[in-house]
Design a protein around this ligand. Structure first.
Ligand SMILES: [Zn+2]
Length: 183
């Protein structure tokens, strides 16, 4: 059965929390599932996947999608990929390969950047996935449902990893308000 579940949303929407939740709920043996995360995220310990809420999962750090292959063996039934938007250009091919080997794939990632543009290959990943889980955050200003990532600095660097000192989740209205004069 080909199965690719994609969890997506803005920052602070609980994407990693959801991924860890699905990993923990999965009934299969721990040796039959692997979790990976890109090396780019230096916020937490080297061999764990952490949510903002404090949940933790032991996983492999990789720098690109094709590094998933050597981690797979005959036992592998599920592959969990956090921060999938940073997995590089071959991610589509790698997931296709896993799926054709009957390995279930569960990914989570940021679908839009702080300028509300599609992040990396997220659009193609949405198309490839058969199960979508869209998660939302709370607006930093009004606490209503938020689906936009707002960057509080004027840095033009796309990959700026940080906490709420750099980013905020915002509703459309307050994201637009903040972006006025910047675009
Ligand atoms: Zn708002």
């Amino acid at each position: 059965m080909r199965d690719f579940t994609l969890i997506f949303g803005c920052m602070f929407a609980g994407k990693t929390t959801r991924l860890i939740g699905l990993y923990n709920e999965s009934q299969i043996d721990i040796n039959e599932k692997i979790a990976v995360k890109p090396l780019i995220d230096n916020r937490y310990q080297a061999h764990s996947i952490n949510s903002h809420g404090g949940l933790q999962l032991i996983g492999h750090r990789i720098s690109k999608a094709e590094e998933i292959y050597p981690l797979i063996n005959e036992q592998t039934k599920e592959v969990y990929i956090d921060e999938i938007q940073f997995m590089g250009p071959l991610i589509i091919e790698v997931i296709g390969e896993l799926m054709s080997n009957d390995i279930r794939v569960i990914g989570s990632g940021l679908d839009k950047d702080y300028l509300n543009r599609d992040f990396g290959h997220m659009k193609a990943l949405k198309k490839l996935s058969n199960n979508h889980i869209q998660v939302s955050a709370k607006c930093h200003i009004c606490h209503k449902k938020a689906d936009f990532t707002f960057r509080t600095t004027d840095s033009q660097d796309l990959v700026l990893v940080g906490h709420n000192d750099v980013y905020q989740a915002r509703c459309e209205e307050h994201w637009n308000e903040g972006m006025q004069g910047r675009l």
